[in-house]
Design a protein around this ligand. Structure first.
Ligand SMILES: *Cc1c(COP(=O)(O)O)cnc(C)c1O
Length: 366
């Protein structure tokens, strides 16, 4: 019997396994620290803009996200005509792949790179190539080793999720300069607002001055608008033009667009969140390290905690122990990290509870 067959590559994508539904002990409050969402929610101005849009739900949104491109352009000093908005950076990453990748092409991402990259690559029939990381950090030399004459694109999350590490801007520039000119470099700056390092840069200037680099941003993390699905990309005119040809004509909803405009204008909200996150990231890293666990130094709003392999002390044991207490971290097995858990920085209350629970977990195993 013949039946419809998906395009080449689609069935090579591992089916998505949703995060487990936590079952804490009765009476425990649940703290979701598994999806890198902000504990602060969006700016109150963004919520107001969203609610305000509720009276016009019958109208199609303006199709090019003009108000948002202008607000982003103003905030970052960018030409709005070189910005494209999407339903989350997910849509933008998929649009990039859809525009540039096909059978026979290769796209490179690093060992613990964001899971959307291989999905977007394979979904367009292209071949996924994985570059080694060193100490959970992307390596320019390892990426360059993977380049062949079929390489069409490099995905680079900077900072990276789920490791929390970053590449200094000099390294990003070295990567760009060493890649062939026809290779598109996609810099994913989802966590850029959390980075406090002087040698970090999201790469907007590379995107401004080269013909082959784009930078993607999201409103899902520090701006607290994950539910609305909204993100943007800045790049060379010819790339934005090509992507706009395949983009859905009304891909961004009006409430999302208006909420995002208000969010990007509220720099105070972002700064408050950044400072809080930095304080707790440093504190949690230091305190969890004192318990005898390894923590990869992070510049984002989450940390990667590594557990021993001895029975009773593994990442899976810790996950079960924490979940019972209503503390839901993220197992990262699907990133090949079987001995680690990723913890999103939460409220002070949530962070204190995780610390206390981990202390209890480690003492229990002494
Ligand atoms: C969260 C995240 C995004 C943002 O995804 P959205 O679709 O905008 O919610 C992009 N890249 C990385 C690496 C992320 O962790």
């Amino acid at each position: 019997m013949s039946r419809p067959v998906p395009k080449a590559g689609i069935l090579d994508i591992a089916p998505y396994t949703p995060g487990k539904t936590p079952v804490p002990e009765a009476g425990r409050k649940v703290f979701k620290l598994s999806a890198n969402e902000t504990p602060f929610g969006p700016s109150p101005h963004a919520t107001a803009a969203y609610t305000g849009a509720a009276t016009h739900l019958e109208d199609y949104p303006e199709g090019t996200s003009k108000v948002l491109r202008e607000a982003v352009g103003k905030r970052y000093g960018l030409d709005p005509s070189r910005i494209i908005c999407g339903a989350g950076s997910d849509e933008i990453l998929n649009l990039i792949a859809h525009t540039y990748l096909g059978p026979g092409d290769e796209a490179i991402h690093t060992e613990h790179g964001f899971l959307v990259y291989p999905i977007a690559t394979k979904g367009n029939g292209a071949t996924n190539v994985v570059a080694k990381e060193i100490e959970f950090t992307c390596s320019v030399d390892e990426i360059l080793k993977c380049v062949t004459d079929r390489t069409k694109l490099v995905w680079l999350a900077n900072p990276n999720n789920p490791t929390g590490t970053y590449l200094p801007y000099t390294e990003v520039k070295r990567l760009r300069a060493s890649l062939p000119d026809h290779v598109l470099l996609v810099l994913d700056a989802a966590y850029a607002d959390y980075v406090g390092k002087p040698d970090y840069d999201s790469g907007l200037d590379l995107a401004r001055t080269t013909e082959n680099t784009v930078v993607c941003f999201t409103f899902s993390k520090v701006h607290g608008l994950a539910a609305l699905r909204i993100g943007w990309m800045f790049g060379p005119e010819h790339i934005v033009d090509a992507m706009n040809r395949v983009r859905g004509p009304f891909n961004v909803s009006a409430p999302a667009m208006l909420a995002a405009v208000a969010a990007i204008e509220d720099t105070g909200h972002v700064e408050m969140s950044r400072a809080f996150t930095e304080k707790w990231r440093d504190l949690l890293t230091a305190e969890i390290t004192k318990l005898g666990l390894k923590v990869t130094p992070s510049v984002a709003n989450f940390i990667l905690i590594h557990f021993p392999t001895t029975a009773g002390t593994t990442a899976a044991d810790a996950d079960a122990f924490l979940t019972k207490r209503g503390l839901v971290l993220r197992a990262v097995n699907n990133y090949g990290l079987h001995q680690s858990l990723r913890m999103t920085i939460g409220t002070a209350e949530a962070n204190e509870l995780v610390l206390a629970a981990l202390r209890e977990f480690m003492l229990r195993n002494d």
